[in-house]
Design a protein around this ligand. Structure first.
Ligand SMILES: C[S@@+](CC[C@H](N)C(=O)[O-])C[C@H]1O[C@@H](n2cnc3c(N)ncnc32)[C@H](O)[C@@H]1O
Length: 259
């Protein structure tokens, strides 16, 4: 069984979390998918909440995050500094628990998911499948070092499905104009990766050393200027969305949220 490095200690987001909200703007299409999965819930705990992206409106949300830098960017009034692996709540106290692009940062994802199941009746998790192909061209052609980092921390989709007891897995192809600047968001807007603020808001890119990233970005800049990137990726430029392996998983012990 794969072991997953603890790349997501709170210190990571205390270090890289500043300015997160400017690049990681919640996308309405992903919000609609998550809201649908949480429909009917009146109390929700958002585990690894960060700045509060994708929390449904008109619901009582409790935000949990170990990083104070992230919690400080959260607009809500119920903010709890804690880890997924030890949620400081009574059994079954929430209608639902959500976790968006956070499971790969946990020291022990199985324990965190067990905790989500303990404190809530429905669990909704958005994550990325490291086995999915194709990979983003940025990794394949410019920064293969990301692959190793990602593989060391993202649990496989089947590991998460099993640990959650998920009954529904939905794909989320990324629209070409997706607003939440996570790693694969700019698959059709390559010039965005040249911006340090964009790289800073994506943990794998942010964690690679500058002497690896900078020469790769110089190469990308040259390929964009010469037209080589556009020529090589004419197929991508003709697409409106791409499936890069992002998945929404839902588990519901009561069966109420099944669809
Ligand atoms: C990529 S951010 C996602 C934030 C938010 N869910 C969103 O969609 O914008 C990952 C978050 O997981 C948090 N995190 C790291 N380790 C954690 C842990 N053990 N338990 C809960 N959250 C953790 C980080 O501090 C960070 O806020």
């Amino acid at each position: 069984m794969a072991s997953h490095a603890s790349a997501g200690t709170p210190a990571t987001y205390d270090r890289i979390g500043t300015g997160y909200g400017q690049v990681r703007r919640p996308d309405p299409r992903l919000a609609a998918l998550i809201n649908k999965a949480l429909s009917g819930a009146r109390t929700v705990v958002n585990v690894g909440a960060g700045a509060g992206s994708y929390e449904p409106p008109d619901v009582e949300v409790t935000a949990v995050d170990p990083s104070q830098v992230m919690l400080d960017q959260h607009p809500g009034s119920r903010r709890v500094r804690a880890h997924a692996e030890d949620l400081p709540f009574r059994d079954g106290v929430f209608d639902a628990a959500m976790g968006v692009l956070t499971v790969h940062h946990w020291t022990d994802f199985r324990r965190g998911l067990r905790e989500m199941r303990r404190v809530s009746r429905r669990q909704v998790v958005f994550t990325w499948d490291p086995a999915h192909r194709p990979e983003l061209w940025l990794i394949d052609e410019y920064l293969p070092q990301i692959r190793e980092l990602d593989l060391s921390r993202f649990p496989t989709l089947s590991e998460v499905v099993e640990a959650m007891g998920a009954h529904t897995v939905s794909s989320f192809p990324i629209p070409y104009d997706f607003t939440d600047g996570f790693q694969n968001a700019f698959w059709r807007r390559p010039e965005q990766y040249l911006e340090s603020s964009v790289r800073h808001a994506s943990s794998s890119l942010a964690e690679l050393p500058a002497d690896v990233v900078e020469p790769a970005m110089e190469r990308l800049r040259a390929d964009l200027d010469s037209g080589a990137w556009a020529e090589h990726h004419a197929d991508l430029l003709a697409r409106d969305s791409m499936d890069y392996g992002y998945r929404l998983l839902v588990a519901d012990q009561s069966g109420a949220g099944r669809h």
